[in-house]
Design a protein around this ligand. Structure first.
Ligand SMILES: [Zn+2]
Length: 437
């Protein structure tokens, strides 16, 4: 989301925000004493993990595959039992609704995703999905009816590019639908496999004002919370990501017959460039990250001076303007390196960039106050990974709750969060919803 849009959206939601503020101070409801069943959350994490284990024992619940479909069916059965009457929208998102006392109010939405990357972990997305269901079941068991309607959403194919939430909030392009997904199916075919209808994506669209608030509980996927011994992360925003293809052109020549001072070595220039990227990114304060994660050397032989190198540069930050400033600085350094090494360095910005998405400030405060009132330590932080909530943030006040990822591992079988941390996060989700209500 562009900053300008965010400010516009923020001012549009001022009425909603002051409501969040006043309700927060009035926390003396029956709901304040409710808490989730941590054992049930943990056992369901393990149950869901059984869907999509390949013959080598690796997790393979990739979106649109048989195991994804079976996992979704299992989840929908639980939703049915919890009275959520789940339906599938045309993008393949699973939606469950619980009535509130006041039907004229906009729903409070929450949820996540249950698909995973190949050889992925058991907590990414599943924690937020299972905890969303847990919130509903705790309310059911305690006969609590909220003022606002509640809506649980399990997004389709998060890992393949937040496809379900993108369809819901901004739409998918024709080209995007024809792209091949990890499953081997195109997204259009995959959405069909989930009982969606790619020819009628218009009808899954949500608009500004459709939700009173949106919350997503998720594992951090990095190691900050564990390292700093903090229980709850309050997400300030989801970073923007920009990619450039960087081409370094020198001159391929005989590695034996060409003297050192006569060379136009593209790989040598590229090496200096990679170091320069690291220096530029770390030269200013902040949590920005920059990576050269791809390299292709041509012609690629022992006895030929590299004539051409193609690199992949990525910069991520919460502030889109800062990404541009850092890139300008990298360009300047590249020009100096090119001159000194008698090479040419050019940049091609890639079309798949994502804008930073800031979460709602009042919702951040609501999460922080709630977590503190439950006795948890908190930290405001950014998310370095993309999430469905970044799309919802365009149409509704949205925020995310993080819990520690042990060792900072994610998208890996080593992904792990403790039962206590999961229970803590789900309790923050539950109580934040009740406080907002
Ligand atoms: Zn996720």
């Amino acid at each position: 989301m562009q900053r300008r849009n965010f400010i516009k959206q923020s001012s549009l939601t001022i009425i909603g925000m002051s409501a969040f503020g006043s309700l927060l101070s009035n926390n003396k409801k029956a709901g304040a004493t409710l808490s989730v069943n941590g054992k049930r959350i943990e056992s369901r994490i393990f149950e869901l993990a059984k869907f999509g284990v390949d013959e080598k024992g690796r997790g393979y619940r990739v979106a649109y595959t048989k195991s994804d479909i079976e996992g979704r069916a299992w989840f929908m059965e639980l939703m049915k039992k919890a009275g959520l009457n789940p339906t599938i929208d045309t993008a393949g998102n699973i939606i469950g609704k619980r009535k509130g006392k006041n039907a004229s109010l906009k729903p409070i939405g929450f949820g996540s995703h249950i698909d995973m990357v190949p050889d992925g972990g058991n907590y990414d997305g599943t924690l937020g999905s299972i905890s969303a269901l847990e919130v509903i079941e705790i309310l059911n068991e305690n006969n609590v009816v909220t003022e606002h309607p509640l809506e649980v959403i399990i997004f389709a194919n998060e890992e393949g590019g937040t496809i379900g939430s993108k369809a819901m909030c901004e739409g998918l392009t024709k080209e995007g639908l024809q792209q091949k997904s990890q499953s081997g199916l195109t997204h259009a075919e995959g959405i069909k496999a989930l009982d969606g209808n790619p020819d009628n994506l218009e009808s899954c669209k949500r608009n500004k004002g459709d939700f009173y608030a949106w919350l997503e509980l998720h594992i951090e996927q990095g190691g900050i919370l564990e390292k700093e011994n903090i229980q709850i992360g309050v997400v300030e925003g989801i970073v923007g990501i920009v990619h450039w293809e960087v081409t370094v052109e020198g001159f391929a020549n005989h590695a034996g017959a060409t003297q050192m001072n006569m060379r136009q070595d593209a790989l040598l220039a590229a090496s200096k460039f990679i170091i320069a990227v690291n220096e530029v990114i770390t030269s200013v304060k902040g949590t920005q990250v920059g990576t050269v994660g791809k390299i292709n050397v041509q012609p690629g032989a022992y006895n030929v001076i590299p004539g051409k190198v193609v690199l992949g540069l990525e910069i991520r930050d919460l502030d889109a303007a800062k990404i541009e400033i850092l890139f300008k600085e990298i360009e300047k350094r590249a020009a100096i390196i090119a001159k000194e090494s008698k090479t040419k360095i050019s940049f091609e910005r890639q079309p798949n960039e994502s804008k930073p998405a800031l979460t709602d400030k009042k919702l951040q405060q609501a999460i922080n106050t709630t977590a503190k009132s439950l006795g948890f330590s908190t930290k405001f932080m950014q998310s370095g990974a993309g999430h469905d909530s970044q799309h919802i943030a365009k149409i509704a006040p949205a925020a995310m709750i993080f819990i520690p990822s042990i060792g900072g591992f994610s998208h890996s079988p080593k992904e792990f969060s403790t039962a206590t941390d999961m229970e803590n996060g789900a309790n923050v989700l539950l109580q934040t919803i009740l406080n907002l209500d």
